[in-house]
Design a protein around this ligand. Structure first.
Ligand SMILES: Cc1ncc(COP(=O)(O)O)c(C=O)c1O
Length: 342
């Protein structure tokens, strides 16, 4: 029986074409800047995001850390959402390694931070205060139902940032999901940001890697910081080859994942005992709740039937659709959920 793993889009395995690309990759020492496949990937990432340059790093976590450390001096403060990945799930790296203070503001259900909250959080010049240096946004927003941030919202944040001479970094781990769902090119979505990171290893299904994009000066600094964090990789074309294949073939198909998420949510709505809100389905992430009980037994019984997903908190669950999950799989998940809950 096929295992249906809905825990995350990070569980995706590389396509056969990626494996072939890996085996044919032309390699060099990327710490010397001599890996042609890495250089090609970085150039393509810069072109897609409309930035001057890009840097391949091992993970989304390192991309965000390197970005924050490149933008901010030690002792400065960044503003970010209280549900953001960087605040919740990156080991506190920006404080531990970057010496950067974080100011967390409430994320709304759609992943935004209220503009007046943002304005109010920016520090005035006073020797008592850390200096605000950077605003971090997340697009799509993982904890906020995979919601994409609208272009208008990003522009409004950029106006505030400009007024106060702050930089903007977008954690675009799933920026292609945002682009596909809003039907807006990535370049436009990140036009107002000073930097953006995106992951190859989530919906795009490559095995490893993230790109950090920005201007030449920023990427030059980021390159030094990546090295000092131990993220300088040698024949990294092995990774980049799969990334190039991912960017060439895996973006448009994200629509399938979004359709599967809607299918899943509609099915969940018809099963008594659990519920979800269709208004919260934006891309490939489905959160749902159980009306009674904490749901641990449900997760375990479904796992025994080959369906994996996370219980995020008591009675609350997350399923993520991705490459390798078919509409037949969604039907099977719904049937099993119905059997378990009846
Ligand atoms: C929004 C967001 N940013 C960053 C990351 C970190 O990526 P990685 O797991 O490659 O470190 C994730 C991972 O799930 C994420 O969802």
């Amino acid at each position: 029986m096929k295992k249906i793993d809905l825990r995350s889009d990070t569980v995706t395995l590389p396509s056969q074409a990626m494996k072939t690309a890996i085996s044919h990759a032309i390699l060099g020492d990327d710490v010397f800047g001599e890996d042609p496949t890495v250089n090609e990937l970085q150039n393509l990432a810069a072109e897609i995001t409309g930035k001057e340059a890009a840097l391949l790093v091992p993970s989304g976590t390192m991309a965000n850390l390197v970005s924050v450390m490149s933008h901010c001096d030690r002792g400065t403060e960044i503003i970010l959402g209280d549900q953001s990945h960087t605040f919740l799930y990156e080991g506190g790296g920006i404080s531990a390694y970057g010496g950067v203070h974080s100011r967390q503001l409430k994320n709304q259900r759609d992943g935004t931070i209220e503009l007046h909250d943002l304005r109010n959080a920016i520090r005035s010049k006073d020797d008592h205060f850390p200096e605000t240096a950077l605003i971090c946004l997340e697009n799509t927003h993982n904890r906020c139902f995979g919601a994409p941030l609208s272009l208008n919202y990003i522009k409004s944040v950029a106006e505030i940032a400009e007024e106060h001479e702050l930089k903007i970094h977008i954690d675009g781990a799933r920026i292609f999901n945002a682009s596909v769902s809003l039907n807006i090119p990535v370049k436009e979505l990140v036009n107002n940001a000073d930097s953006v990171s995106f992951c190859l290893s989530k919906g795009l299904s490559a095995p490893v890697g993230s790109l950090l994009c920005g201007n030449h000066k920023f990427i030059g600094k980021a390159r030094r910081i990546r090295k000092s964090l131990g993220g300088g990789m040698r024949q990294a074309g092995i990774i980049a080859a799969a990334g190039l294949e991912a960017l060439g073939t895996m973006i448009e198909r994200l629509k399938d994942d979004h359709n599967h998420a809607v299918m899943l949510a509609e099915g969940i709505q018809n099963i008594s005992g659990i519920y979800t809100n269709l208004n919260d389905i934006h891309t490939n992430i489905v959160y749902f709740e159980k009306k009674t009980g904490n749901g641990q037994a449900l997760v375990e019984r479904m796992a025994n039937s080959g369906v994996l997903f996370f219980r995020i908190s008591p009675g609350r669950f997350r399923m993520v659709t991705h490459y390798g999950i078919t509409s037949e799989d969604i039907d099977r998940v719904l049937k099993l959920l119905e059997d378990e809950l009846s």
